[in-house]
Design a protein around this ligand. Structure first.
Ligand code: FAD
Length: 432
């Protein structure tokens, strides 16, 4: 690691060593830029929270030898979606037979980020931990550096990768406070269990991983869901619920995972395990508004701070979007550097890169789905109807059960009709 002084002028300063900041740092340092990442956590990864699964596509594109070297716990080869009521569970499973299938993996985010930070350092980036950026500095109407730990650090450009609560971007007038309907609250635990027990209980092959999403009971039938991911010798389990619903329904967020773990289905998977980690964090729920508010003279915003998270209820993806937005910001800085100017206009290249990327395409596609998925009926009446229908069909008693009649009965028991169900199904299909 080379020595660094606060008098030094950097090509770029990055606030925060999450996936977005490290994506920018790795790429800029690879181009030979003099980059400083400032992270308030004592160690890289100590302040970052996520569920447990990372999609690998962007990392494979950017980092040579990624699949061999990265601290991957298990490649996900089983996807499960479970509908849950107070006692029962109905699971749909996709099991990929090909052992070579690699699309997403489970990981500890802290370990993963530490590995990523080493890769950025190998490229020449300087990472300063245990230091909080208190202020972004402006000179002649342009961002000129930051004030951190009492020192001034100057740079041509500052990349804001400070995560879901972008206080600094807000102070500069780039972002507004999140409203309760724009964020969800996520709570998770990591439970230690022996490797063989995990593989036996979750029906997994050696080192094979499962990603399981749950809807209904885990959120008390409110919009959101539960999740479970398998690491080598631990299981990550958690619940994400929209903040507006949590507030309105006085959901006991602090022990929501405990309640989820008490469900007979989950209890049988996790019994005997010990909790080794507990954390809670906000998750952005809606795209960020105007893209032209994500950059200004000498300033760019990436990752969660920009609202780049896809949370559809059955999938939660932020790490790959964060990393890629960091890479795009780095490409923008390189172009601005080549042109010799860091004006808002020069940095608007970031907007065009974003628009052409999967990030904005996916977020826009999800934008329509968002309204549909915010509907309580899906998580309550439909979950209970489908479970009720399948339970009735599998229960043998004196009654003869025809499919249609049994389905109508279950719908009626949950205040639905076949016509409303058909209409809702079409709406969901048209918007997802
Ligand atoms: C419960 C939960 C489950 C999730 N599950 C998944 C999942 O399974 N898969 C997935 O892909 N995504 C998941 N996500 C989303 C994902 O974790 C985030 O989208 C992603 O980690 C965001 O990365 P980031 O770099 O933008 O922000 P962060 O990881 O939050 O990094 C921001 C960094 O900036 C630092 N920082 C902040 N302010 C300052 C300051 N003033 N000075 C210095 N440093 C500062 C922080 O300490 C932090 O290290 C989940 C999120 C939650 C909450």
């Amino acid at each position: 690691m080379r020595p660094m002084t606060s008098e030094e002028h950097f090509d770029a300063i990055i606030i925060g060593a999450g996936a977005s900041g490290l994506g920018a740092a790795y790429t800029l340092a690879k181009y030979g830029f003099n980059v400083l990442v400032i992270e308030r956590g004592e160690r890289v990864g100590s302040k970052n929270v996520f569920g447990g699964r990372i999609y690998s596509h962007v990392f494979e594109k950017v980092i040579d030898g990624f699949n061999r070297e990265a601290p991957i716990e298990r490649w996900v080869r089983k996807e499960r979606l479970t509908l849950m009521d107070d006692n029962d569970a109905l699971t749909l499973e996709l099991s990929v037979g090909n052992d070579e299938y690699r699309n997403s993996f489970t990981a500890y985010l802290s370990k993963f980020l530490r590995w990523l930070s080493k890769k950025a350092e190998e490229n020449g980036a300087f990472i300063l931990t245990g230091t909080k950026v208190d202020k972004v500095l402006i000179e002649n109407n342009k961002v000129s550096g930051v004030l951190a730990g009492g020192d001034v650090f100057k740079a041509d450009v500052v990349i804001d990768a400070e995560g879901v609560n972008p206080i600094l971007a807000r102070d500069l007038g780039f972002r507004d406070d999140w409203k309760p309907h724009e964020v969800a609250i996520g709570v998770k635990e990591v439970i230690k269990l022996p490797k063989e027990v995990i593989e036996d209980r979750l029906n997994l092959g050696d080192d094979e991983g499962v990603a399981q999403l749950f809807i209904g009971y885990p959120t008390k039938y409110l919009p959101g869901g539960g999740f479970l991911y398998t690491n080598k010798d631990s299981v990550t389990i958690g619940v994400v619920v929209r903040l507006e619903h949590a507030i309105r329904n006085r959901l006991p967020v602090y022990d929501i995972v405990e309640i989820f773990k008490r469900h007979p289905y989950v209890h049988s998977l996790l019994k005997g395990g010990s909790v080794i980690e507990y954390s809670a964090h906000l998750v952005p729920e809606v795209p960020m508004g105007n893209l032209d508010q994500l950059y200004g003279d000498g300033f760019l915003i990436v990752g969660d701070a920009a609202g780049f998270v896809l949370n559809t209820g059955i999938i939660i993806r932020g790490v790959d979007l964060a990393f890629w937005s960091g890479v795009l910001a780095a490409e923008t800085v390189k172009k601005a550097h080549d042109e010799g100017k860091y004006t808002k206009e020069a940095l608007s290249y970031y907007e065009s890169l974003l628009r052409n990327s999967f990030i904005i395409k996916e977020l826009q596609a999800y934008n329509k789905a968002n309204a549909v998925l915010n509907n309580n009926t899906i998580y309550n009446n439909y979950v209970k109807s489908i479970l009720g229908f399948v339970k009735d069909i599998y229960t043998v008693d004196d009654n003869v059960k025809k499919m249609l009649g049994t389905m109508l009965n279950s719908l009626h028991r949950n205040n639905l009709t076949l016509v409303t169900a058909m209409k809702d199904l079409i709406t969901v299909l048209l918007n997802l």
